[in-house]
Design a binder for this molecule. Structure first.
Ligand SMILES: Nc1ncnc2c1ncn2[C@@H]1O[C@H](COP(=O)(O)OP(=O)(O)OP(=O)(O)O)[C@@H](O)[C@H]1O
Ligand SMILES: O=C(O)C1=C[C@@H](O)[C@@H](O)[C@H](O)C1
Ligand SMILES: [Mg+2]
Length: 191
């Protein structure tokens, strides 16, 4: 069985929109961990306000674990939240699966995050762009650490990115059929 596809990357890099497009191309299921958390516990801003970021992270980790179970059982594309990689257990889960890092930069995401977006880490205070930059600097190595593939999203449409991910995924899974060792995380592509 083909393994699931997991998308990681900073806020507004396109994990949700690209993930949906990948799932449509593959006719696979789609899970967005943020959406699952919201379904269970209400809007993210409210969770942060009532339970703090730590409370949100616990719910996010549970949603990711459930998504991984679903992905291990059948074709599934999983869009994570931008901070899912902060938890070492989440990183271990992702590193053992087909995880794609959606690389982007401030110039690309600025129009998407300049105004309030429902992301509490950006919406608090005035300078969302500076906060995005500071958070990205901390997390960038973590995204790289758990991804098997990095896709540069800059200047590409969600449809183009989805096709690139599907092409890479098919190459990887076809190769794994003849060399199962390729699915071993210890033999991931150098980045
Ligand atoms: N490649 C792209 N080209 C144009 N618009 C894009 C692209 N990727 C994302 N967007 C737009 O940017 C916004 C944020 O995208 P999206 O919600 O998919 O990001 P995300 O990575 O899931 O963010 P979060 O970490 O908050 O969940 C959406 O309005 C989306 O349509
Ligand atoms: O990058 C982050 O820490 C976050 C990103 C969003 O996807 C949500 O998970 C939430 O707003 C936190
Ligand atoms: Mg999202």
């Amino acid at each position: 069985m083909r393994p699931g596809i997991f998308l990681v990357g900073p806020m507004a890099s396109g994990k949700t929109i690209v993930g949906r497009a990948v799932a449509a191309l593959l006719e696979a299921g789609f899970v967005d961990t943020d959406e699952k958390v919201v379904q269970g516990a209400g809007p993210i801003a409210g969770i942060f306000a009532e339970q703090g970021e730590a409370g949100f992270r616990r719910l996010e980790s549970a949603a990711l674990a459930a998504a991984a179970e679903q992905a291990d059982a059948g074709p599934t594309v999983v869009a994570t939240g931008g901070g899912a990689v902060l938890d070492p257990a989440n990183r271990a889960l992702l590193a053992g699966r087909f995880t794609v890092y959606l690389l982007t930069d401030l110039e690309t995401v600025a129009p998407r995050v300049r105004t309030a977006t429902g992301r509490p880490l950006l919406d608090a205070g005035t300078d969302a762009l500076q906060r995005w930059t500071d958070i990205f600097a901390v997390r960038e190595p973590l995204y790289r650490d758990c991804a098997q593939l990095t896709i540069d999203t800059r200047g590409a449409t969600p449809a183009e990115l989805a096709q690139a991910i599907v092409d890479a995924y098919r190459r990887r899974t076809d190769a794994a059929l003849t060399d199962p060792a390729l699915t071993d995380p210890a033999r991931r592509d150098p980045r």
